[in-house]
Design a protein around this ligand. Structure first.
Ligand code: UN1
Length: 500
């Protein structure tokens, strides 16, 4: 099926994908595949006003009914799964299997959110006063701004939007400038769900802002956007977080990761090698949960590393649309250059580099394919502490488990982590108060590929936000404490008397 067929099947017309000022190139071969129209920053306030007015009616729609819209969205996503998965591959370069996986993640969060729409539970609280009742209730917040990155161009939107919609909010989405087509396709899919849903969904419930940083800035700085959920680099979060905080807005930040695996002497090495491969080279090392640091016990280092290095040398790098490819291209040349300078810096500081070269340059002069790199490092230095969004795995030795945990924690980021061990003491220590300091800590599975049922996010430079499952929905609502007096007197709390 040709690329233009996919766009058409996803409801995107020629007029919407040609002639605009934002050129879209596919990382597969660097070819320009579309040119979409951009909004000007000066026009953003009108969009916000529309979303705000939609919120004012949406918040009055009962939550289970709001869930029905998300149920329909899930149905439409099921129908569009292959087309959208393929467009994800074309636009961001991840292999088709992972493109499909990303759309499945969207379907999963819709299912989760539909159930949630009947479970936005508050508490009942014992009152110290006779004839009084206390409770806690959750209410819609307003317009929810969503900023997403190129590497998960559609799933991250859905985690936020499915929850925001059942929570009674309207949504404005600023996707990455590198992946506007998938965003426009999602808008079309949502419009199909809205058309089936009926009249109680107001106009303007969801908007996509295609544009540059100034456009995102107009959204981030607006007092009419009480929640901003931003996924991307720590540098982006450093811009967004303080701006939202300055106006007392709420931000949900999901930023950089520098995720580690500790491999202990008792680990099942066959499993560890497979987990290392998927989590370190999958999505060409461009997941925020990508495995970037391997911390290996000195006694098994010589056993494990040759296997990892051999697997790296044989992993199939190539066209992400082709069956059998495991590693697609990097998003662009800047990403390739960033990888090369990180490798040079690692080498200069004593690292031994395996792989990392450009591949397929003749077949795809405009595509940036690389052999994933393993770098054996003498110590965990500044180069290792920096997140480079590319397939570089730094391997280091440890000699005591406490030291390994300390190394795992000694980076500025705190997203995901894991240990491979069959020793229950090590496993439990890793998950304990004195173990991993990350938002995600796993045993005998890699750091990436989280299911949507758990809360997703991490600490320190990762930003502290939580998205997706568990009670992450609470970040999309405002909490209200209620005290009701059903007695005929007016006692004060804390035993205070105030007679008049
Ligand atoms: C991201 O890279 O921004 O856990 C999200 C994972 C995926 C999500 C990654 N479920 O790897």
């Amino acid at each position: 099926m040709s690329y233009s067929d996919i766009l058409e099947r996803l409801g995107l017309s020629q007029a919407e994908t040609t002639g605009g000022s934002l050129k879209v190139t596919s990382p597969v071969d660097g070819a320009e595949i579309a040119a979409v129209a951009e909004i000007k920053a000066a026009d953003v306030p009108a969009v916000i006003a529309s979303a705000k007015s939609a919120f004012n009616s949406w918040k009055a729609v009962p939550a289970p009914r709001r869930g029905e819209l998300v149920r329909l969205l899930g149905e439409e996503l099921r129908a569009a799964k292959e087309d959208l998965g393929r467009l994800v591959t074309l636009e961001c370069g991840k292999i088709y299997e992972e493109g499909l996986g990303e759309v499945q993640e969207m379907i999963d969060i819709c299912d989760f959110a539909v159930g949630l729409s009947r479970q936005l539970y508050g508490l009942t609280i014992a009152s110290e006063r006779p004839g009084h009742h206390m409770r806690e209730s959750w209410h819609p917040m307003g317009v929810c701004g969503v900023i997403s990155a190129f590497n998960f161009p559609v799933a991250v939107w859905s985690w936020n939007t499915a929850l925001a919609l059942v929570c009674g909010n309207s949504v404005i989405w600023k996707p990455s400038e590198k992946t506007p087509l998938t965003a426009l396709a999602c808008q079309k899919i949502l419009e199909k769900a809205l058309a089936r849903f009926g009249d109680d969904a107001p106009e303007g419930l969801h908007h996509v802002l295609i544009g540059g940083r100034d456009v995102g800035d107009a959204m981030v700085s607006s007092e009419d956007v009480p929640i901003v959920s931003a996924t991307g680099s720590t540098a982006m979060g450093r811009q967004v977080g303080p701006k939202v905080a300055a106006r007392f807005g709420r931000s949900i930040l999901e930023l950089g990761g520098n995720n580690a695996m500790i491999v202990t002497p008792s680990a099942d090495l066959d499993m560890a090698v497979r987990a290392i491969l998927f989590s370190a080279v999958g999505t060409a090392g461009q997941r925020c949960t990508t495995l970037r640091r391997l911390i290996v016990h000195k006694d098994i280092y010589e056993q494990l590393m040759p296997r990892v290095i051999a697997a790296y040398a044989s992993v199939k790098v190539g066209n992400p649309l082709e069956k059998g490819t495991l590693v697609g291209p990097l998003i662009d040349q800047a990403s390739f250059d960033g990888m090369q300078s990180a490798l040079a810096a690692a080498k200069a500081s004593g690292g031994k580099v395996h792989g990392g070269e450009r591949e397929l340059a003749e077949q795809f002069p405009g595509g940036y394919y690389v052999r994933p790199a393993v770098v054996e490092m003498p110590v965990q230095n500044k180069v290792v502490e920096t997140e480079t969004f590319a397939p570089i795995l730094y391997a280091m030795k440890y000699d005591s488990f406490d030291a390994a945990v300390e190394m795992q924690n000694a980076v500025p980021q705190g997203l995901s982590s894991c240990v491979f061990t069959t020793d229950v003491r090590e496993a439990e220590q890793f998950l304990s108060d004195v173990g991993s300091d990350c938002g995600i800590a796993n045993v005998n599975i890699g750091p990436s590929g989280a299911e949507i049922g758990g809360a997703f996010g991490g600490e320190k430079e990762t930003g502290g936000g939580r998205e997706s499952g568990s009670d992450a929905w609470k970040a999309y609502m405002r909490r209200q404490t209620n005290t009701v007096n059903y007695s005929r007197s007016l006692p004060l709390a804390q035993g205070i008397t105030f007679d008049i």
